[in-house]
Design a protein around this ligand. Sequence first.
Ligand SMILES: *Cc1c(COP(=O)(O)O)cnc(C)c1O
Length: 349
Amino acid sequence: MFFASDNSSPAHPNVMEALVNANKGYTSGYGDEEAMDGVRKNIRELFEAPDAAVYLVATGTAANALALATLTKPWETIFCHRNSHIEEDECGAPEFYTHGSKLTLVDGSDAMMTPDNLQTAIDYTGRIGVHNVQRGSLSITNVTEFGTVYSLEKIQSLTKQAHESGIKTHLDGARFANAMVALDCTPAQLTWKSGIDVVSFGGTKNGCLGVEAVIFFDPQMAWEFELRRKRGGHLFSKHRVLSAQMEGYLADELWINLARQANQAGQKLAAELSKFSEIEFIHPTHANLIFASWSRSTHEKLAAKGAKYNYWPADPTSTGSPEEKISARLACSWSTTDTEIAQLLSCFS
Ligand SMILES: *Cc1c(COP(=O)(O)O)cnc(C)c1O
């Protein structure tokens, strides 16, 4: 009953097989290996973007921070949601890699910025010339940190506002495939056709061991990214470790099938949980992440039976009444089975 995170699941066997195959013989490094040519070609085709610049790094934090540093000058600001990963979970990496760009936090329920709140933040930033930070970039997350999914229309409206103010746009797609499956759209629709300039395209949480792609739809920005990636210590010398994973991940639509499995598990678990009267959902379940609360005594029962998940946003205090409602996050992944779901549900009754 492992529902702590989608990165707690194993890597998919096909990805491991691609890695083992890539370990045979000699090949160039630093992304000059043949496998990377294949990955680049494959991603350009998938995204219907023949000129896109494609890079690989090992963590989502590196992908986000290096991409945002390429879009944002130190005296500019990054508009993002208050609960975004770049604000709450990256230990200041975006500020570090941008050499100090400010993050301007934008509100909106369920971890989704509203167009009104974004516009207010953009307007407020531009109002006193040299005295305030300048408008830099917009970073949107899909699937969001609270498990919701922005519709294409919502993304389009936010990116339009950004572009009208001269701001480039970034998509944190640590769960890109989950969002795409939830929206039943194409990679291009979720990105450049909806006004996204750069995307962090996640692999790790959806069946890889550790690889994320950064895709620039405007290749003019790419060289600076390459320099930043090297300078920041994220250019792998034995780069085949990354390209082989991505090769295995993209082959035969594995990445889409794995996200579909994860989302189906999430939807099924959410539907079953909604039958228990004590469970309250905190955010809607659009993909594979569930945010809900139930009583302290039930949490204790689940823990005793071996269920693993995270309290959210933080661990509760050790004292409190047994009836006290405590919130948690349940994450399903490609490897979540019906048996695991049934086991977890049986703990509630
Ligand atoms: C997991 C995650 C990342 C990447 O995190 P790393 O631990 O650096 O790989 C980025 N954004 C979101 C929304 C995430 O959930």
